[in-house]
Design a binder for this molecule. Structure first.
Ligand code: MN3
Length: 205
């Protein structure tokens, strides 16, 4: 039974430059993600028995939560999980073509990585306002591209996200201003395929 906490980054704030700049990383992790964690704790403090469940469990079963905190957990529990995944699936010296089992699955489902990138970019650009573009493992074990609004998580739909691209303006505006497409194009250079494979393998059941 422990309260959620802001995870530390496994790389320095400037490690993803030039694709994601240090100032954006610092504010995104230290202010935005931290706020999701703090607001999640404010909500769960009203029903402390819920600390016995993992945040993943809570976000996967929103309908079971008390009415007075369901939306707060949806937004802030989702925000916490989404960003925790986001930091882990990026790394310095990464990007390039997919490797390992997820590479085979991408080829099998989408034909090639270029097609997947086009679909992810379309999902990222098509998400009106704030949200995320995802590569997820659906309940039937197949890879799918999807988008969610705000901090909604694929986990709430029974999906297992393996790539998430944060398309909130806070993720790119300081560096890229309005052209979201430029950020998304650059972002692909940060994909940590080793972590994506770990998530993909964990999602097989
Ligand atoms: Mn964000």
């Amino acid at each position: 039974m422990s309260k959620p906490a802001l995870p530390e980054l496994s790389y320095p704030l400037d490690a993803l430059e030039p694709f994601v700049d240090a100032r954006t990383m610092g504010i995104h992790h230290g202010k935005h993600h931290a706020a999701y964690v703090n607001n999640l704790i404010v909500a769960l403090d009203k029903h402390p028995a819920l600390y016995e469940k993992s945040v993943h469990e809570l976000v996967a079963n929103l309908e079971t939560l008390p009415d007075d905190i369901r939306n707060a957990v949806r937004n802030n529990g989702g925000g916490h999980l989404n960003h925790t995944l986001f930091w882990e699936i990026m790394s310095p010296g990464a990007g390039g073509d997919p490797t390992g089992p997820v590479a085979e699955a991408i080829t099998g489902t989408f034909g090639d990585y270029g097609t997947l990138k086009e679909k992810l970019k379309a999902a990222a650009l098509g998400q009106f306002g704030s949200g995320w573009a995802w590569l997820s493992v659906a309940a039937d074990g197949k890879l799918i591209v999807e988008a969610t609004a705000n901090q909604d998580s694929p986990i709430s739909k029974g999906h297992s996200p393996v790539i998430g691209i944060d398309v909130w303006e806070h993720a790119y505006y300081l560096q890229y201003q309005n052209p979201r497409a430029n950020y998304v194009d650059a972002w692909f250079n940060t994909v940590n395929w080793s972590k994506v494979n770990a998530l993909f393998l964990a999602a097989q059941r």
